[in-house]
Design a binder for this molecule. Structure first.
Ligand code: PHE
Length: 462
């Protein structure tokens, strides 16, 4: 399994080892916390369709491109581009990736902390006997507090730092291999309970019956809501952990004989399946208990305890669920921190310990500002936007898609085709049609689609 040691760079012991680590990175709060809430805010089914389109057509090729770059150079994102194009500014992709990692882990740590609080509440049977309104209120009280959410966020960050420090292979991955499949089973059981609640049909219709009027408005002319489309693109990137070099870093720990194509496919499809399943668990409950689907960042935390209260053995399920979600969040947060740490170690010749402590502490401070976004000490930008939201928007809607754009454009236009082919085929053969489609996407389709979206949004701003 991966051993993150610079002098003697480790490799994943097997393809399964890589898949477990990459899936661990992809599957996390992005699927279970973020996917339902952004889908809820953006109208449901139509958003889901656009999201799926982006996963398949842009996300998977971007993931593959990151793996190619990582395994070719055996370096962190910054070093990878320095090696490939020494005197050109491509290394800025690595710089933007580091910034993205800072922003993402800052707000991710806040949500990781919330998850730990709910694990703690499950242990104490804290949801018992509460009505949906009371559950909502007690959430609001917790979230808008100060020391308690901050304490949990710091604990989450300390655990993340501890795992990155001690090397991924010894700790969490061993457990993740068993616990992640278990998470899948638990979500399936929760989904079944959720879709059998009275009034659940509305939730399923919301998720699976696309209502395109949210995206296209037919007036005199047809207007398109590009913001929703960008939200779907950003969520696809966030959920797959692409656009900031996580998969360049993990790819650099991959064996030369591992197949990149099928690995990327397995990781992406599993990730997507779990996001949809989370939607199936949440939306029926949201409608059954009269919660607004566009509720925002707290949607999942308000909806789920209600389902547990309606389940036989709900105490155990709540406990298991929040425990597994905490583990899933940690296997993602370590992959974000690892990008920064690998870069600091290799570029600044820091020890793993120093690199982890410096990066982790700086991010924790940013994280505290995120957690406080609902408190009396919130930093606000206008009525609606707080610090948490700002970092979330900048990272998911701008840094990740722009990073992805730069990565595919680089591989498509500024890197020798044969070298990419070599890496993708492991110096062997590869289906010609597959390579042709891949090349078409990274040269034309993905760069044009992403740039067109940004151009349109910039024009709309003025
Ligand atoms: N994909 C992770 C999740 O869904 C979050 C993440 C984003 C991890 C970017 C690494 C890089 O929870």
């Amino acid at each position: 399994m991966a051993s993150f040691n610079t002098s003697n760079r480790g490799t994943f012991g097997s393809r399964f080892g890589f898949i477990a680590a990459a899936a661990g990175s992809a599957i996390g709060l992005g699927n279970i916390w973020r996917f339902p809430y952004v889908t809820g805010e953006n109208g449901g089914g139509a958003f889901l369709l656009i999201y799926l389109f982006f996963i398949l057509v842009i996300g998977i090729p971007v993931m593959l491109s990151e793996l190619v770059i990582g395994r070719k150079t055996l370096q962190n994102p910054f070093g990878a581009f320095k090696t490939l194009k020494p005197n050109q500014p491509w290394f800025l992709i690595g710089v933007m990736g580091i910034l993205a990692a800072f922003f993402i882990l800052a707000f991710y740590g806040a949500v990781g902390g919330w998850t730990m609080e709910y694990l703690f509440q499950s242990v104490q049977n804290g949801f018992a006997g509460k009505t949906p309104e009371q559950l909502g209120e007690s959430w609001d009280n917790f979230q808008s507090g100060t020391w308690r959410p901050v304490m949990w966020q710091l604990i989450f960050m300390i655990v993340t730092m501890y795992i990155v420090l001690s090397g991924v292979e010894k700790g969490i991955e061993k457990y993740a291999r068993i616990l992640m499949p278990l998470l899948l089973v638990i979500i399936i059981i929760i989904s079944i309970r959720s879709i059998t609640l009275p009034g659940a049909g509305k939730g399923l219709a919301f998720l699976f019956k696309p209502d395109f009027s949210k995206i296209f408005a037919r007036g005199e002319t047809l207007t398109v809501n590009y913001k929703i489309i960008l939200e779907a693109l950003g969520q696809a990137f966030f959920s797959l952990s692409i656009g900031m070099g996580t998969l360049i870093t993990y790819g650099s720990y991959m064996k030369k004989s591992s197949k990149l194509g099928s690995s990327a496919l397995i990781v992406s499809l599993t990730d997507t399946f779990i996001a949809i399943l989370a939607g199936v668990a949440i939306f029926p409950a949201v409608f059954a208990f009269g919660i607004a689907p566009g509720e925002g960042q707290d949607l999942v935390f308000k909806a789920l305890p209600n389902i547990f209260l309606q389940m036989k053995g709900g105490y155990i399920f709540a406990l298991l669920f929040f425990m597994l979600l905490t583990v899933a969040a940690l296997t993602s947060s370590i992959s974000v921190l690892e990008v920064v740490v690998a870069t600091f170690i290799e570029q600044f010749k820091l020890s793993r310990k120093k690199a982890t402590l410096i990066a982790g502490s700086l991010i924790s401070v940013l994280g505290v500002l995120c957690v406080l976004s609902w408190s009396d000490y919130a930093i606000k930008f206008g009525e609606e936007l707080h610090f948490f939201g700002l970092l979330e928007i900048i990272a998911t809607k701008f840094f990740l898609p722009l990073g992805g754009l730069a990565i595919v454009a680089f591989l498509g236009w500024f890197h020798k085709k044969n070298s990419t082919l070599e890496e993708l085929s492991n110096n062997g053969t590869i289906r010609v049609w597959f390579f042709k489609i891949y090349l078409f996407i990274i040269r034309y389709l993905a760069p044009i689609a992403i740039s067109a979206l940004f151009v349109k949004i910039i024009i709309d701003l003025f």
